[in-house]
Design a protein around this ligand. Structure first.
Ligand SMILES: C[S@@+](CC[C@H](N)C(=O)[O-])C[C@H]1O[C@@H](n2cnc3c(N)ncnc32)[C@H](O)[C@@H]1O
Length: 252
């Protein structure tokens, strides 16, 4: 299984370095200018490579997605979810905070059935993008976000207080996942291979389904205990993501 290639990441702006960085106004302005310059450079590159028609269509697509993303993030989570390349440096095995794009979530969740008794868990919920997506579907199910980054977890717990069916738990998913009542677990490549091995071990034998986006350590589930179905979400020249649907192998 190859790593997912988010073609959009060659286009979008860069994001703040650390999750809780105390940026001065000067830093903020510099980062906005830097982002604008990068965006312009990428647009020119795309124009050269793909032509005006493709660039115009792609720009329109990006604009619409950006508006929809902002709308859903602000409507449900009251915050634009962002990518923090500098986050979690001190947490061994924890990957950085990086939201899944909505169009990937739409594509993944239209492929599975969710019953009213399912408990949906985002393993490493960051600032809450996946919770926003589930709320946007109008789900009344219990929705759980587990997040190890204390600042992100605390912020999310505060912002989702008004949603009675949402619970954000601060802590390590390895300890929390087996007892949180989850039946559907969403993983957006939250941790390293060794932590994922622990995660797989604590969920062995449980009646759960797992959706593994950007499955960089898929090998962990290839031990005969799980059935896996890999798909590639693909739109030529626009985006390409890998997602695997995992469920316990029957009879084991
Ligand atoms: C790539 S982000 C995904 C964010 C969100 N799930 C989404 O898809 O939009 C991975 C998240 O997992 C969190 N994380 C990493 N290791 C964790 C662990 N052991 N327990 C709980 N959360 C963890 C990180 O802090 C980060 O927020």
């Amino acid at each position: 299984m190859s790593a997912s290639v988010g073609l959009d990441s060659n286009w979008g702006p860069t994001m703040p370095e650390a999750y809780s960085a105390n940026l001065t106004r000067w830093d903020r302005n510099a980062s906005v200018i830097d982002n604008a310059l990068q965006l312009t450079r990428r647009a020119i590159n795309r124009l050269r490579k793909m032509g005006a028609r493709d660039t115009a269509r792609y720009s329109y697509h990006i604009l619409v997605q950006a508006l929809l993303t902002a709308y859903n993030d602000l409507r449900f989570g009251r915050k634009l979810c962002r990518f923090y390349p500098g986050s979690n440096k001190e947490l061994e095995g924890a990957h950085v905070i990086e939201p899944t794009p909505y169009w990937s979530l739409q594509d993944s969740f239209k492929r599975i059935s969710i019953s009213s008794t399912d408990v949906l868990v985002d393993v490493g919920c960051g600032e809450g993008r996946v919770l926003n997506f589930w709320l946007s579907l109008g789900l009344k199910n219990q929705l759980v976000g587990i997040e190890i980054n204390e600042a992100a977890a605390k912020g999310a717990a505060r912002r989702y207080r008004k949603w009675p069916n949402v619970q954000v738990i601060c802590g390590d998913a390895i300890a929390i996942a087996p007892s949180c009542g989850g039946t559907i677990f969403y993983l957006s490549n939250p941790f390293s291979e060794s932590v994922l091995a622990e995660f797989e071990r604590v969920l062995r034998g449980a009646d759960v389904r797992i959706i593994y986006y950007n499955p960089q350590a898929m090998i962990i589930f290839e031990n005969g205990r799980w059935d896996t179905q890999a798909i590639r979400q693909f739109k030529p020249q626009w985006y390409e993501y890998d997602v695997v649907f995992i469920s316990p192998r029957l009879g084991i």
